[in-house]
Design a protein around this ligand. Sequence first.
Ligand code: F3S
Length: 280
Amino acid sequence: MEIILAKSAGFCFGVHRAVDMAFKTEEDKKTYTLGHIIHNETVTRKLKQKGIESVEALDNIPMEKVIIRAHGVPEAVYKEAESKNIEVLDATCPYVTKIHRLVSRYEKEGYRIIVIGDAKHPEIIGINGWTKEGCIIYKNKEDVDFTELDLNKKYLIVSQTTYKKEVVDGIVKLLEEAGYDVKFINTICNATSERQEEAKEISKEVDAMIVIGSSFSSNTQKLFEICKSYCQDTYCIEEAKDLNAEWFKSKNKVGVTAGASTPKDVIEEVLEVLKGMDAQ
Ligand code: F3S
């Protein structure tokens, strides 16, 4: 059985940077991460061993330092930390910070902000919190409600960094064709589009496809959807023990990719187990 591993599988630049910052921070202060630094249990456990746990909000916990994860947070969180005298270790991915700056700047210039993404995703909650008026959030084309838009207004459109390009392009086109004054700035991160493109190409040529990542990770789920649409036998697993030898019976070529929050050692272990299944 031939195994093809996507070159772009695993930690992206922003996640790598955030995890690195968390592990390298000095243990001189009581430190928490605001939300899990990444959706990965091994990383969460190792951080806990270092004395760093995760909290959902800054309230009611005596803390001295807070680590902001790669997804970023609303502006109000920085203000709250400052007012509570909590040191901020900001691991927001620079590509996400760029979106915060864009929405804040364009709003000041009179634009209403449209964000394409999942309203419940922390990255979108963060972006929304960098505008005064709040953003119009569309998850898909069907969410576009022309009655809440104004042909006399200017709109800036950005998207969640990990969103599917086809969905974003479709919404931009819909609004442009309807005659709205829109400025679109593509904020899909290259790491994501490259990973998605590579996954698509590999899934076209294999008999089975494995996507490694958490069920909580939106970019992993997107990868799964893309692969599944080209390769019926696509499976999403969190780690090697989730592999099932039955999936690979009479398969000649198996592709492997992984979401942005999947550590290298998890990917290596999956490859090892896969090779072992092949030898059986
Ligand atoms: Fe940043 Fe792109 Fe990763 S936005 S967190 S490098 S997917």
